[in-house]
Design a protein around this ligand. Structure first.
Ligand code: UDP
Ligand code: MG
Length: 330
């Protein structure tokens, strides 16, 4: 927290997965805020979370630490995903203010002073959303838009279209987010779910500095399903409703078949339609079981209470030796 002369501390969490080229550029951009920090009497620390990178990310963070002692690092034992990295960052943050920022400079550090000004105004969180999706395949943007609409209809977690994970929060908000200790973390949903007074700041999409995005279309699709399962039980209710509808339909058909047999006798025909019906109904049944299965599998993973991440190495203030440890969700 704040040190002796009552300066407030700002922790900037930077999740990194194979970002070797970006670390130095990121710092260069970030440190342009130094005059602002001085003006506001803010201390800062950079908390890099290495999410099991396979390239020279860790070495580059170490190099940076040699010239900037305010760099800390938590390095994971393997790739746990950005959600785990965000959690680890929040858990290890000490700041009175905490920001989350991508390493690829898609979240412009130059926006920090503006975000900070909103916290001064009395907001608890200043979050960002991009208003354009420049540089993104159109099909991806289309699916993303549909996803946000669906999600907002189905859940009470207010998720804003185009919201990025880039945000600046007060300590109270960070503690609230950490108190949501679920294993299947969908941060965009959790941020919305915890509430607090949030100011949305818009900016134009910026293309990634170096390297490739870690998100394939398929990964994004699965992530969207995870989000829905994590924040809504509507699909379960829908399964039940579809089941009810089919029961009602079957009941009507039974009456129809009986009446027809009584009037016209019982000519044996119509097996193609029977096959279609069986296929349709069994398809719907399998789909509904699949929906239930999704929830069951999430519950299964949740009750296992596995740690959200495992740290292989922690570089902390003043410690240059590696310390090992693991962090659990609770
Ligand atoms: N990231 C991570 N773990 C992962 C994937 C990504 O920590 O498994 C980090 C990545 O290094 C970057 C941020 O999350 O700092 C956003 O990733 P990316 O740029 O690939 O996503 P996009 O900006 O395309 O949404
Ligand atoms: Mg990016």
């Amino acid at each position: 927290m704040s040190d002796k002369d009552n300066r407030k501390l700002l922790t900037v969490i930077v999740p990194c997965y194979n970002e070797e080229e970006n670390i130095a550029y990121f710092y260069e951009e970030f440190i342009k805020n130094k005059p602002f920090f001085e003006e506001k009497g803010l201390d800062y620390e950079l908390l890099f979370i290495d999410d099991g990178s396979k390239d020279k990310t860790v070495q580059n963070i170490r190099l940076l630490r040699e010239k900037e002692p305010r760099v800390r690092m938590v390095s994971f034992s393997r790739n746990f995903g950005k959600e785990a990295a965000i959690y680890a960052g929040l858990e290890n943050s000490r700041g009175d203010y905490v920001a989350i920022m991508d390493a690829d400079l898609q979240d412009p550090p130059a926006l920090l002073p503006e975000l900070y000004s909103y916290l001064e105004e009395g907001y608890d969180t200043a979050a960002t959303r991009r208003v354009t999706r420049k540089g993104e395949p159109p099909i991806r943007s289309w699916f993303a838009r549909k996803f946000y609409r669906l999600m907002n209809r189905m859940s009470n977690a207010d998720i804003v279209d185009g919201a990025r994970d880039y945000r600046l929060m007060k300590r109270q908000v960070v503690d609230a987010i950490l108190s949501v200790s679920e294993y299947n973390r969908f941060s965009k949903g959790i941020f919305g779910w915890v509430g607090f007074k949030t100011k949305w700041v818009e900016f134009e999409n910026i293309e990634r500095m170096h390297g490739e995005t870690k998100w394939s279309f398929w990964k994004l699709f699965l992530y969207a399903i995870d989000g829905i399962v994590a924040f809504s039980t509507v699909p379960l209710s829908l399964s039940a409703i579809v089941g009810l509808l089919f029961c009602a339909l079957a009941f009507l058909m039974i009456i129809f078949v009986i009446v027809r047999a009584l009037i016209f006798g019982d000519p044996t025909s119509g097996w193609p339609s029977l096959v279609c019906i069986i296929l349709l109904v069994s398809g719907v049944q399998l789909l509904c079981i699949g929906v239930v299965g999704q929830y069951l599998s999430k519950t299964y993973l949740e009750v296992k209470k596995r740690p959200i991440y495992l740290a292989k190495e922690i570089l902390d203030e003043g410690t240059d030796e590696d310390s090992c440890g693991d962090k659990t969700a609770d």
